[in-house]
Design a protein around this ligand. Structure first.
Ligand code: URA
Length: 211
C-alpha cells in the first residue's frame, strides 16, 4: 500500500494504520476493490481534506485523489493559497465500489457509498484525525458530509462556512465545500468556471483559518 510521506509526528502511527487498513474486512467492498486506498500526505498537515470514496484511478494506484478530481482539487487549493503538499487527503470510504447493473455486469462507474459502508469506515477516519490533529477539516461534497454528520447534512446550505463540530469525538473546525468532481460534471464551460470559482472561494475560507 501507499505509505504517507513526510516526517511529521504522526507518521509512524499513520504508517501502521495504513498497513492495518490494507487488510480491512469491515464491509463487503474489499472483495472487489483492487486495494484499500488510505489517506496520504503530510502527517503535520494543518488542512485535512475528506472526499467520498476512491475513484477508478485511485483504486488502481492505491492513492487518494490522483485522478481528474484530484487535479482539479490541487489547482483550486493552490489558487486558494493552500499548498497541496502540506495537506492530508483522505476519503470517508477507503475502498472503490464497483457498480453492478442488470445485464451489463460489473462496471467502473460512480455509485455513492451506502450508510453501511460509510459507518464501517468511520473508525479509520477517526484514527487519521487523532494522529494528524489538523487545524481545519475540509469536507468535500454531500456524501462526505453525510458520512461525518448524518443524513441531514446539506452541502448547499453549509458550504463556505466555518463551524466547530464534533467529528468522531473531536472538536474540529469544519469548512464544507462541493466535491471537485462536481466542477468536472458541470454542463458547459461557464457552469464549470462558476463551480470552480465557488470551490476556490470556499477553500479560501479554510485558508483564512490558518492566518
Ligand atoms: N473522488 C473522491 O471522493 N476521492 C478520491 O480519492 C477520488 C475521487
Amino acid at each position: 500500500p501507499f505509505l504517507p510521506g513526510g516526517h511529521g509526528r504522526g507518521d509512524a502511527g499513520l504508517r501502521a494504520l495504513c498497513e492495518a487498513a490494507a487488510g480491512c474486512r469491515g464491509c463487503p467492498l474489499h472483495r472487489e476493490a483492487t486495494q484499500t486506498v488510505f489517506g496520504s500526505g503530510d502527517a503535520d498537515a494543518r488542512v485535512f481534506l475528506v472526499g467520498e470514496q476512491p475513484g477508478d484511478q485511485e483504486d488502481r494506484r492505491g492513492e487518494p485523489f490522483v485522478g481528474p478530481a484530484g487535479r482539479t482539487l490541487d489547482r483550486a487549493l493552490g489558487e486558494a493559497g493552500i499548498d497541496p503538499a502540506q495537506t492530508y487527503v483522505t476519503n470517508a470510504v477507503k475502498h472503490f465500489k464497483w457498480a453492478h447493473e442488470e445485464g451489463r455486469g460489473k462496471r467502473r462507474i460512480h455509485k455513492p457509498p451506502t450508510l453501511r459502508e460509510m459507518t464501517a469506515c468511520g473508525p479509520w477516519l477517526a484514527a487519521e484525525l487523532a494522529l494528524t490533529r489538523p487545524e481545519v477539516l475540509v469536507v468535500l461534497g454531500a456524501t462526505a458530509g453525510k458520512a461525518l454528520f448524518g443524513s441531514s447534512f446539506r452541502v448547499t446550505k453549509e458550504r463556505g462556512t466555518c463551524t466547530e463540530r464534533d467529528v468522531h469525538g473531536r472538536t474540529e473546525r469544519v469548512v464544507p465545500t462541493i466535491h471537485p468532481s462536481a466542477v468536472l460534471r458541470a454542463g458547459d464551460e461557464r457552469s464549470r468556471d462558476e463551480a470552480y470559482a465557488g470551490l476556490v472561494a470556499d477553500l479560501r475560507v479554510a485558508a483564512r483559518m490558518l492566518d
